[in-house]
Design a protein around this ligand. Structure first.
Ligand code: T46
Length: 139
C-alpha cells in the first residue's frame, strides 16, 4: 500500500547472538524526534484507531507479535509484525489499528515528530472526508 512499507533491517549476528542497528536517514527515511514503546496490551484490545496528518513512524516488534490494520481510505491491508529485524513504515494519512497482541509483545515506535495531539485524526469519518477532499497535501 502506498505510503506504507515493511523494511527488513540487516541483522549483525555472531555466536553471541544478534544485533540490529537503525540509523536515521540511512535505514529509515526520516530523522527520529521521539521513541516510545507499548507493552502489556491484552489480546482482546484494539489500539490506534487514528491517522496522522504530519507524523511518519516505524513500528518494530522487539518481542512477541501483533498485527496492524492499515487503511488509506480506499484499500485495507493487515501486516503481522513478529520478526525483530522487521519495521513497518507508516506515512501520513494512513488509518492504523493494532490488534492481536501476544502476551510478550513489546512494540517500539520511532517517530519523525514530537508528540502533538493536534495532528491526530481520531474520527474515521473525518479521516475519509480529509482523504476525499484532499485537504492534506500528502495524500
Ligand atoms: C500510533 C500508534 C502506533 C503521549 O503522551 N506521548 C506520546 O508520544 C504518545 C505516543 C502517547 N501519549 C499519550 C496519549 C494518550 O494519553 O499516551 C496515551 C496513549 O496514547 P494513544 O491512545 O494515542 O496510544 P495508541 O497505542 O492508540 O497509539 C500510539 C500512538 O499514539 C500513535 O501515534 O501511531 O501508537
Amino acid at each position: 500500500m502506498k505510503n506504507t512499507q515493511v523494511i527488513n533491517f540487516h541483522i549483525k549476528g555472531d555466536e553471541r547472538g544478534s544485533l540490529v542497528a537503525i540509523e536515521q536517514l540511512k535505514d529509515i527515511p526520516f530523522e527520529i524526534k521521539r521513541v516510545y514503546y507499548i507493552w502489556g496490551t491484552e489480546k482482546e484490545f484494539l489500539r490506534g484507531k487514528h491517522a496522522h496528518t504530519e507524523l511518519e513512524q516505524i513500528l518494530i516488534c522487539v518481542s512477541g507479535s501483533c498485527k496492524i490494520r492499515l487503511d488509506n481510505g480506499k484499500e485495507k491491508q493487515i501486516v503481522e509484525l513478529k520478526d525483530k529485524n522487521q519495521g513497518l513504515f507508516i506515512g501520513q494519512m494512513i488509518w492504523r489499528e493494532m490488534f492481536d497482541f501476544s502476551d510478550n509483545c513489546v512494540l517500539v515506535v520511532l517517530a519523525s515528530e514530537y508528540y502533538d495531539e493536534k495532528e491526530y485524526i481520531r474520527d474515521y469519518n473525518e479521516f475519509l472526508e480529509t482523504i476525499r477532499t484532499g485537504i492534506n497535501d500528502s495524500i
